[in-house]
Design a protein around this ligand. Structure first.
Ligand code: ADP
Ligand code: MG
Length: 374
């Protein structure tokens, strides 16, 4: 059936090999005094998955990473890597590649020596160390720069060395805590693409930390939104963006218009809501329950409609229009409320008469019913 004659060497799988690189947190808690930095966290990272912890400063992201890595003890709960509890294992035995801000390059070592370091810790013979360090440096685009000291390299190059050092021992997974925070915007975007490409080609699991929603949106298979040590929502980037459960999540992941409402009817994933001066409207509903509700409409989902066609929407006036390169941002007063609208620069409102009355609306499946927390 199969031939045993010379076949090319198997190409490494483009995604996780199905087993290696899973990380699981069960009921993980970390108390500092009586303050819970991380509170009863459950999280599973599948092999080959790119998961981002996204949250504001102080939400417990770094503490979570430190517990996965083994630099902080858990107050309670357990961490499993590839299905095995690792709570008793020191960091070096957890098989995780790490790029943390607090885990900088050794300044007195060359780039190559930095990259070789984890191999030295694992008693890999010298010649093989050399070879693998060179290979890892080439993989991050630094072939031939192994002799340089960190201070002879740019910020972006240093981050690449850190990445090579994290990858060189072929770890089960990578933990990256705000690895690009110190880079300027353009370099950061370039590194985001490079890290994503590298992750895909290696098929390695990544837990990534950022407080930057654009970074989280552009890189992740799944976003885990954290607040006060807890997960408040998780899902694919476009899912969390489109279906925020609360006003806090909606605001944290971009700009939105929040229109307070009361719910009249909920059925088949849609809700009919009373928006007061905006009238009655239809929106998507994920079934979240709370004491107060609002409709979230992203600025890019509001559009100008013909007067009278305002089933989901209202009538008002434009307060200001600002051209932002490719898009135009309109600020409007509609039914007594300030709203923001964004459309492509060539859109219907670009040359609109600022004094006239306008009607704006949304389509029911582009607005989300959510719980008002604040
Ligand atoms: P993030 O990385 O999301 O900014 P951290 O995990 O660093 O958040 O911090 C979460 C909370 O735990 C914060 O309130 C922080 O002040 C507190 N915290 C973190 N480390 C310590 C520590 N070593 N001692 C006391 N409190 C800490
Ligand atoms: Mg942090």
């Amino acid at each position: 059936m199969t031939t045993t004659t010379a076949l090319p060497a198997p190409v490494p799988a483009a995604t996780g090999d199905g087993q290696r690189g899973s990380i699981e947190l069960r009921g993980v808690r970390k108390l500092y005094g009586n303050v819970a930095a991380v509170d009863d966290l459950d999280l599973t990272v599948r092999p080959g998955e790119f998961v981002t912890l996204l949250g504001p400063s102080g939400s417990g992201k770094t503490t979570t990473m430190m517990m996965i890595a083994g630099f902080e003890e858990l107050t309670s709960g357990t961490v499993l890597i590839d299905g095995k509890p690792v709570d008793r294992l020191p960091p070096k035995d957890r098989d995780l590649g790490i790029v943390f801000q607090s885990y900088a390059l050794f300044p007195h070592m060359s780039a190559a020596e930095n990259v070789e370091f984890p191999l030295r810790m694992r008693s890999v013979p010298r010649a093989e160390r050399r070879r693998r360090a060179e290979e890892a440096l080439a993989r991050v685009g630094l072939a031939g720069l192994g002799d340089r000291r960190p201070r002879q390299m740019s910020g972006g190059q240093q981050q690449r060395v850190a990445l090579a050092r994290a990858l060189v021992f072929n770890p089960a997974a990578l933990l990256l805590d705000e690895p690009m925070a110190a880079l300027d915007k353009r370099l950061r975007e370039q590194m985001q693409d490079e890290v994503k490409t590298l992750q895909k080609s290696l098929g390695i699991s990544v837990v990534f930390v950022t407080h930057d929603q654009d970074e989280a949106m552009s890189m992740s298979d799944r976003i885990v939104v954290m607040r006060d040590g807890k997960i408040v929502q998780e899902g694919a980037p476009e899912d969390v963006y489109a279906h925020p459960r609360t006003d806090w999540v909606a605001n944290f992941l971009g700009d939105t218009n929040l229109l307070p409402c009361t719910v009249l009817e909920r059925k088949d994933g849609m809700a009919v809501v009373d928006l007061g001066a905006w009238g009655v409207g239809r929106v998507r509903d994920r079934g979240v329950d709370g004491d107060a509700y609002a409709v979230s409409v992203r600025p890019e989902h509001l559009r100008f409609v013909d007067a009278g066609r305002t089933e989901n929407g209202g009538t008002g006036r434009i307060v200001s229009s600002t051209v932002l390169g490719a898009t135009v941002r309109h600020r409007l007063q509609v039914a007594g409320q300030d709203v923001v609208m964004r459309e492509l620069g060539t859109g219907s409102g670009a040359a609109r008469d600022l004094r006239g009355e306008v009607s704006v609306g949304w389509s029911a499946d582009e607005a989300q019913l959510l719980v008002l927390e604040s």
